[in-house]
Ligand binder design. Structure first.
Ligand SMILES: Cc1cc2nc3c(=O)[nH]c(=O)nc-3n(C[C@H](O)[C@H](O)[C@H](O)COP(=O)(O)OP(=O)(O)OC[C@H]3O[C@@H](n4cnc5c(N)ncnc54)[C@H](O)[C@@H]3O)c2cc1C
Length: 391
């Protein structure tokens, strides 16, 4: 039975929404209700490659990633579940000298914040992944402390602890409207009745702009499709393999058990219906990119694949904070290709914002008002986000 009142309603039970519900409950907020139209973790979180890298270009995002690495390290103690965390590292393969200069600038900041990251030679990259073709590279960038974890396990862990701490997580119930008073939100309408609440959090992933429109807000969150294909067991590329991204083509891969995960690094507008069917023609694209970088993959067989929507913003930074001019409406949206890894820190800072009145760190990077009064360019057409698109 869906409650009729709540102190906070969180819309969306992905990694982001579940982390927010958990942190609110942990901070003692009672009557938190999370609404998920399907099941917890079934949204775009279920499509993520699970990567966590501290190799971002801004202080806030680097700190968010470092927090994720810390949380995952001790996840089992706090959440009683194995998050499948492995520090396999992130390896960027660079063939363009100007691209390398961008990495070098970011590395200065990353190191100041305590990240272990270094530029290595193509031959050193080949020593990490012997199957790589490296003749056309100028360098590689190696972050040995980065890693991978299971999005399903982590999201379920947040949801379980949130429930234990008193939050209500309601699955199979869709938010269909927002109840608005003059200048503020007063609750939500759902497929199972209305809920009165002074605070509503939009954590709806690729559906964030739709939820925004319910409040008359134009949120520049653009769902864009990306594919991942997987091979049959392929011992010719022995593990462990870091998340390895070929900057020239966008292709990335890693090992998952005995199989290889391969992504063409595509960014596709599939229209407004929020579904992301697999386009099997993309297989040709991924195989061409893969065989160039890892020639032995020519002998692998693709066993299947999936596609998901990454909720992109024009500058590739999330939108996090109170919605301008609608009191009580909080935005935690636009996480692009890094929402899984930034979910742990997001939950913590959103709880601080709501409980303490403000977050404990500078989050102006994510200011929802930064797009005001401008027609934002579409993803890929805006300024260089200054961070590699890696997932
Ligand atoms: C191919 C691919 C690879 C990726 N790899 C990585 C990676 O390696 N590392 C990383 O950090 N990130 C990665 N990502 C990005 C990551 O998946 C997302 O940024 C993250 O999952 C966003 O989480 P979320 O909770 O905001 O969204 P979601 O998981 O989509 O959660 C939102 C939820 O809201 C629900 N919802 C929507 N509308 C309503 C409504 N009206 N009422 C009720 N519920 C509603 C949905 O059902 C959904 O479950 C990848 C994404 C893709 C597609």
């Amino acid at each position: 039975m869906t409650p009729r009142t709540a102190s906070v309603v969180v819309i969306g039970g992905g990694a982001v929404g579940c982390s927010i519900a958990y942190h609110l409950a942990r901070r003692g907020v009672r009557d938190v209700v999370l609404l998920e139209r399907e099941t917890v973790g079934s949204g775009t979180t279920s499509k993520a490659a699970g990567g966590i890298r501290a190799q971002f270009g801004t202080e806030a995002e680097i700190r968010f990633s470092l927090e994720a690495l810390r949380v995952l390290e001790s996840f089992r103690e706090e959440f009683g579940a194995d998050p499948g965390f492995q520090r396999i590292g992130y390896l960027f393969l660079v063939s363009d000298p100007s691209d390398l200069r961008g990495f070098e600038t970011r590395i200065v900041l990353q190191r100041q914040l305590g990240v272990d990251v270094r530029v290595i030679t193509p031959k050193e990259a080949q020593a990490i992944v012997p199957a790589l073709f490296v003749e056309d590279l100028v360098a590689a960038v190696w972050g040995p402390q980065d890693g991978v974890a299971g999005p399903a396990e982590v999201t379920a862990g947040f949801a379980r602890r949130a429930r234990e701490l008193g939050a209500r997580i309601v699955e199979g119930v869709e938010t269909t409207g927002l109840t608005l008073g003059p200048g503020r939100v007063r609750g939500v309408q759902t497929s199972d009745g209305a809920i009165a609440a002074p605070v509503v959090v939009n954590a709806a992933g690729p559906a964030a702009a739709r939820i925004g429109r319910l409040a008359g807000l134009a949120l520049p969150v653009y769902p864009r499709r990306r594919h991942i294909f997987y091979t049959e067991p392929f011992p010719e590329v022995p593990g462990p393999v870091p998340i390895t991204t070929d900057r020239a083509s966008g292709f990335y891969f890693r090992k998952e058990m005995q199989q290889l995960l391969l992504s063409p690094g595509d960014v596709q507008d599939t229209g407004d219906d929020l579904v992301a069917p697999v386009d099997w023609a993309m297989m040709e694209d991924v195989v061409a990119k893969a065989v160039h970088r890892v020639p032995v993959i020519e002998r692998a067989r693709i066993a299947g694949g999936w596609a998901g929507l990454r909720p992109l913003t024009p500058d590739d930074h999330a939108i996090l904070g109170w919605a301008p001019e609608i009191e009580g409406f909080f935005l935690a949206v636009g996480w692009g290709g890094h929402g899984f890894q930034h979910a742990p820190a997001t939950g913590r800072v959103v709880a601080e914002w709501i409980v303490d009145g403000r977050p404990s760190m500078d989050l102006s990077l994510f200011d929802p008002a930064r797009f005001d009064g401008r027609t934002p360019p579409l993803p890929g057409e805006g300024p260089d986000p200054g961070s590699p698109d890696a997932e």
